[in-house]
Design a protein around this ligand. Structure first.
Ligand code: FAD
Length: 309
């Protein structure tokens, strides 16, 4: 099913993002975590794509598994770093033949070991150009990335927003944000987005902090600010993962409640392939997602195999 069709039925969606595990043991843990998360009946799930290569084929395998073997609506992420137009066309046909209806189209970052990835003369240099190429030739529901705190390379909010508008006009059907921790960035961004004439759903991406050092690294890389008060609270407990977990979860619950009570169109949870925080977060918000659950129960057609896959 196209995610835009889910939007017609669900005023707000609750979705999970996964990445393909690299090693055997992490794959086993991944399976256990996914099993627990799927019981929450998400609106849809997404699988990231490694811009640097390596696990790209695993993305397609996992999308196939989620969608065709387990019966969940799934969105495949796809990046154009280092990809030629021919490769992109080929990969889109593979996804199409697999019955995938949703793609998250993003540029990807230049991998550290590929300093000459841009400019990409045989392909594209921006997410918007990839969106246009795919929207012009294929019938996918297209998601694209949005940056409430401005993309780290953009010289100004205005230029970033001009580029976002171009990307939307090229054929994006909805937007998902980079993680952020201070909702004021999201609301200010939404004001600018609406003033710019972009009326698509902009789904906030939320990440519960369960490992402070890891998330701080991601936040630094993506340009997301962790509020000082939260940093101080976390840094006061460097050796106590349980306290960090509790602080991170409480923060994510408050942040999510604020987003939903002010009418954000749902939440996209960056799970980092773990289940506990996402489950705890969901359970604290179960009332807000009652309609998602009802719709899931009506429309889900599970393909759970009788024997292990
Ligand atoms: P773009 O739209 O390409 O913008 C990037 C920069 O270029 C911005 O500063 C923008 O203002 C500028 N720009 C855009 N168009 C133009 C133009 N025409 N002329 C001049 N400047 C322009 N990375 C992965 O590797 N794999 C993933 O699966 C993945 N999933 C993601 C999912 C989401 C929801 C988000 C928000 C990010 C994801 N990323 C992923 C990270 C993403 O690849 C990086 O943030 C990347 O730097 C930007 O990609 P983009 O397509 O969103 O940005």
């Amino acid at each position: 099913m196209k995610i835009t069709d889910i939007f017609k039925k669900q005023r707000r969606t609750f979705s999970f993002e996964f990445f393909p595990p690299k090693k055997y043991l992490t794959a086993v843990k991944f399976g256990i975590n996914v099993g627990q998360l799927m019981k929450l009946q998400p609106s849809y799930v997404t699988v990231t794509y490694g811009a640097g290569g390596g696990t790209q084929g695993n993305t397609f395998d996992l999308v196939d598994l989620f969608q065709n073997k387990l019966g969940f609506t799934c969105m495949a992420h796809y990046t154009c770093v280092n990809a030629t137009r021919e490769k992109i066309a080929y990969d889109m046909r593979v996804l199409q033949d697999m019955g995938v209806e949703n793609v998250m189209l993003i540029r990807g970052d230049q991998p550290k070991d590929q300093p000459n990835a841009f400019p990409n003369n045989d392909g594209f240099n921006y997410g918007g150009d990839l969106v246009k190429f795919v929207a012009d030739q294929y019938d996918f529901c297209i998601g694209a990335g949005a940056y409430p705190e401005k993309h780290k390379e953009a010289p100004s909010f205005e230029s970033d927003l001009d580029n976002l508008k171009r990307k939307v006009d090229s054929g994006a059907d909805f937007l998902v944000t980079q993680m952020f921790f201070d909702n004021r960035y999201y609301w200010d961004f939404m004001d600018r987005v609406r003033k710019k004439g972009i009326d698509l759903r902009v789904i906030p991406g939320v990440i519960p902090i369960t490992n402070y050092n890891q998330i701080k690294k991601f936040a630094d890389l993506s340009g997301a600010h962790i509020p000082e008060a939260l940093q101080k609270k976390m840094e006061a407990h460097p050796d106590d993962p349980d306290v960090i977990y509790r602080i991170g979860l409480e923060y994510a619950v408050e942040q999510s409640q604020d987003l939903l009570s002010n009418d954000a169109p749902g939440l996209h949870i960056y799970t980092l392939n773990k289940s506990r925080a996402a489950i705890d977060l969901y359970e604290s918000l179960a009332e807000e997602f009652k309609d998602v659950k009802k719709d899931f129960e009506k429309s889900f057609q599970p393909h759970f195999p009788k024997y292990p896959i």
